[in-house]
Design a protein around this ligand. Structure first.
Ligand code: BGC
Length: 370
C-alpha cells in the first residue's frame, strides 16, 4: 500500500512537471512563430503579398496597351510592327498587349477598358471616332495610366500626348499638286474619309484653303464611312455624270484612290481625271511612276512609330516628355508632336519613298520598262 502511495505521488509529480514543460514549450514555440512571422513579414494577407509581387513585376516589366482601329488600310501593319520593334530595342523586357477593334467603336471602348483592368503602364490609341473616347480615357487617367493619341486626335480627353503628322499640310500638298497638274474647268470632287476621324477635317481644311485661294470649286464631297473605299467607289459610279465638268478627284487616301481609279476605268474615264491620295501605298506609288495618279503624300510612319515607342516608354516611367508644342483637343491644350508629310510625284519617288526604304525600287517600278 505504502509503495503504491509513493508510486502515485511520484506519478502525479511527474505529470505536473510534464504539463509545465509542455506549457512553457508552447509559449516558447508560440513566441518563436510570432518572431518568425514578424521577421519575414508573412503576417500580411495573401492580397497584400499579391500586390507586393505585382509591384515588383511592374517595376521591371513595362506593358504597353495598344488599341488599334483596324488593319483595313496597308499602313497600320507597318505602324504597329515598327512600334513593337522599337519598343523591344529600347527595353528588351517591355511587352505590347495589342487589341484590334476591327473598326467597331464599342469594341474599341471595351478593349480599352480591358487594358485598364490589366493595369498596363501606358495606353497608345489609334481611335476610330475622335469624339467617343473621352470617357474611357478619363477612366484610364484616373487609374494612373498615361495615354497617347496615335496619329488621330482624341477630343476633349486631355491625353498626355498627341503624336501625328501635320494633317493640314497633307491637304495643302494635295491641293498644290492638283493645281500644278492643271485644273482648266476649276472643278474638283472630293472622296474623303469619315468625319469621325479628326484627321479628315484637318486634311480637308488644308485642301480647301488652296482651292479657295485659287477659285476652284469643290462640286461634291463624299465621306466614306469607316474609310471603306468600296463605298466611295459605289458613290462615284452613281455620280459618274458629274465628272463631265470635273478636272480632278481628291481622294482621302490611296486605298480610296485605288477604288476610284478602278471605277473610272470601268467608265472609260481613266487618265482623264487627275487623282491624288495619301499614304504612299505600294499600288499608289506604282501608279505615280506609271502616270495614272498625280501624287501621293508620303508620311514616314517608321519615324512616327519609333518616336511613339520612345514616348510611350518615357510616360510609363513617369518621365517628362519635353514636348512644348500644344494643340487644343476642344477642351484642353495637349502636348502635340508632329512630323512633316512629303509630296511624292514621279520626279522625287527615288529620293523619298525608295531612298528611305519604304518600298523597294523594283516593286515600285514593276510595271514600268526603263
Ligand atoms: C490616316 C491615314 C489613313 C486613314 C485610314 C487616317 O487617319 O491619317 O493615313 O489612310 O486614317 O486608316
Amino acid at each position: 500500500m505504502h509503495n503504491y502511495l509513493v508510486y502515485k505521488a511520484k506519478y502525479n509529480a511527474g505529470i505536473k512537471i510534464f504539463r509545465r514543460f509542455i506549457r512553457v514549450n508552447s509559449i516558447i514555440s508560440l513566441m518563436l512563430v510570432l518572431m518568425l512571422l514578424l521577421v519575414t513579414g508573412c503576417g500580411s494577407t495573401a492580397g497584400e503579398v499579391g500586390t507586393a509581387s505585382d509591384m515588383l513585376e511592374k517595376e521591371d516589366h513595362i506593358v504597353v496597351g495598344f488599341s488599334i482601329d483596324s488593319y483595313l488600310i496597308e499602313r497600320w501593319q507597318r505602324d504597329t510592327d515598327i512600334f513593337a520593334a522599337k519598343l523591344k530595342e529600347l527595353d528588351s523586357t517591355a511587352e505590347i498587349n495589342l487589341q484590334n477593334a476591327n473598326g467597331d467603336i464599342d469594341t474599341q471602348i471595351q478593349q480599352i477598358k480591358y487594358l485598364i483592368e490589366k493595369k498596363v503602364d501606358v495606353l497608345v490609341i489609334v481611335c476610330i471616332d475622335s469624339d467617343s473616347l473621352s470617357e474611357v480615357v478619363t477612366e484610364a487617367k484616373s487609374a494612373g495610366i498615361p495615354v497617347i493619341a496615335y496619329d488621330r486626335l482624341i477630343k476633349n480627353a486631355d491625353v498626355d500626348l498627341y503624336i501625328s503628322f501635320d494633317n493640314e499640310k497633307v491637304g495643302t500638298l494635295m491641293g498644290e499638286a492638283l493645281l500644278k497638274a492643271g485644273l482648266p474647268n476649276k472643278k474638283v470632287m472630293m472622296l474623303s474619309g469619315p468625319n469621325e476621324d479628326n484627321n479628315v477635317s484637318l486634311v480637308e481644311s488644308g485642301f480647301n484653303k488652296v482651292m479657295a485661294s485659287n477659285d476652284i470649286e469643290i462640286v461634291d464631297t463624299f465621306h466614306a464611312p469607316g474609310w471603306k473605299a468600296e463605298e466611295a467607289a459605289t458613290y462615284l459610279s452613281e455620280h459618274i455624270t458629274e465628272l463631265n465638268s470635273v478636272d480632278a478627284i481628291m481622294c482621302g487616301n490611296d486605298n480610296i484612290a485605288t477604288n476610284a481609279i478602278r471605277t473610272l476605268s470601268e467608265a472609260r474615264l481613266a487618265g482623264k481625271i487627275n487623282i491624288v491620295g495619301q499614304d504612299a501605298d505600294l499600288e499608289a506609288c506604282q501608279r505615280v511612276v506609271e502616270g495614272t495618279q498625280v501624287m501621293t503624300v508620303y508620311k514616314p510612319v517608321e519615324k512616327l512609330a519609333q518616336a511613339a515607342a520612345e514616348y510611350a516608354l518615357a510616360l510609363a516611367k513617369g518621365e517628362d516628355l519635353g514636348v512644348s508644342t500644344t494643340m487644343s483637343d476642344g477642351s484642353y491644350d495637349i502636348p502635340y508632336y508632329f512630323l512633316d508629310p512629303i509630296a511624292v510625284t514621279s520626279e522625287n519617288m527615288d529620293e523619298t519613298v525608295i531612298a528611305s526604304g519604304f518600298h523597294l525600287k523594283e516593286e515600285v517600278y514593276m510595271n514600268v520598262s526603263n
